[in-house]
Design a protein around this ligand. Structure first.
Ligand SMILES: NC(=O)c1ccc[n+]([C@@H]2O[C@H](COP(=O)([O-])OP(=O)(O)OC[C@H]3O[C@@H](n4cnc5c(N)ncnc54)[C@H](OP(=O)(O)O)[C@@H]3O)[C@@H](O)[C@H]2O)c1
Length: 292
């Protein structure tokens, strides 16, 4: 069954691999604060299996979700993997004992973390790996971007990564990277509530690069506005007898054909809801209400 409404494209290329527009983000599977084991292990496994049953062929993960937990759950639930399942990870950060996300962008760290992902997921190649860029911090100066890109290219040349992606990038960083190598996907925060990276999305569209918004529903982090709580989103949902999450996701799918969704959830009910977003066609009036 197509996972989008009739006039919305059903798939987009993630590098050479066509994937459905709605995938799955694994960050909500580990415990609270993306640390430690899930509250309900069997439920986490069930979410992953149901996702694939419903047509998900693009799963976003990271070794540092847990750490280790998300990848190990994916392997437990889905290995041996179906042909065509794109497992996408990211490197550039780790976790500390307090649940912080310290950067780890030295070329040797990027290499070590790609190997960790391959080992825990049980694969010889990842469909794509996003290089997660961190701005300079008071006590951390990242290595030059070119050194990081060169290491990603070496990992690709060695066959460990099919495609290279970028995450948390500015338009300038994306353009700089594109002057040196091919990029298959860009993962930046983006939703109906936060369109800061519209310029990056549009450059990706022009270059036929998948744009994979993270926090498409506003994230699980307290203090960040939630798409589902916005009155305009709720109003449009009532018009269609849909849910607010479906409206937020449908808006993203209709916004640009190169958007690949990876909403995160630890609940089968929410997963099933999210997978239905592609069936919702928003009218021009709906879009005007949402974008007002
Ligand atoms: N590149 C990066 O630096 C980066 C950063 C952050 C995230 N990511 C990736 O992007 C993915 C998506 O981002 P995210 O998971 O942080 O945030 P998100 O998808 O915007 O939102 C997740 C939150 O929404 C809730 N939710 C999901 N479906 C729902 C529904 N139908 N109705 C109501 N609530 C719903 C989830 O709770 P329940 O669990 O209760 O459903 C969770 O609290 C992540 O899973 C991760 O793979 C990448």
């Amino acid at each position: 069954m197509p996972d989008t409404a009739p006039d919305v494209p059903d798939t987009y290329l993630l590098g050479a691999l066509p994937v459905h527009r709605t995938g799955f983000g694994a960050m909500q599977l580990p415990g609270r604060g993306v640390m430690g084991p899930p509250r309900d292990h069997d439920a986490a496994v069930a979410v992953l299996r149901r996702a694939v049953e419903l047509g998900v062929d693009h799963i976003d993960t990271a070794q540092f979700y847990g750490p280790d937990v998300a990848n190990e759950l994916i392997r437990e639930a889905l290995h041996p993997y179906a042909d065509g399942l794109a497992l996408v990870s990211k490197v550039g950060a780790r976790r500390d004992a307090k649940g912080g996300w310290p950067p780890a962008q030295k070329p040797a760290e990027l290499r070590e973390d790609v190997h960790q992902n391959l080992r825990t997921l049980g694969v010889e190649q990842l469909a794509a790996v996003n290089l997660r860029i961190t701005d300079p911090l008071p006590n951390y100066t990242p290595p030059p971007l070119d050194d990081q890109l060169a290491e990603m290219l070496a990992l690709q040349d060695e066959g460990l990564i099919a495609g290279i992606g970028l995450s948390n990038v500015t338009l300038e960083q994306l353009d700089h990277a594109l002057s040196q190598l091919d990029i298959v996907c860009v993962q930046n925060p983006y939703s109906i509530l936060d369109r800061t990276h519209e310029d990056v999305l549009q450059r990706c569209l022009a270059e036929e690069i998948a744009f994979v918004p993270f926090f498409p529903l506003g994230s699980a982090f307290p203090g960040m506005p939630k798409v589902t709580e916005q009155p305009q989103v709720q109003e449009v949902a009532r018009r269609h007898d849909a849910t607010p999450a479906q409206v937020g996701l449908a808006w993203l799918l209709q916004h640009a054909p190169n958007v690949l969704l990876i909403p995160g959830t630890s609940s089968v009910a929410h997963l099933e809801e999210n997978m239905g977003a592609g069936q919702l066609t928003l009218t021009a009036e709906d879009v005007a209400t949402l974008e007002a």
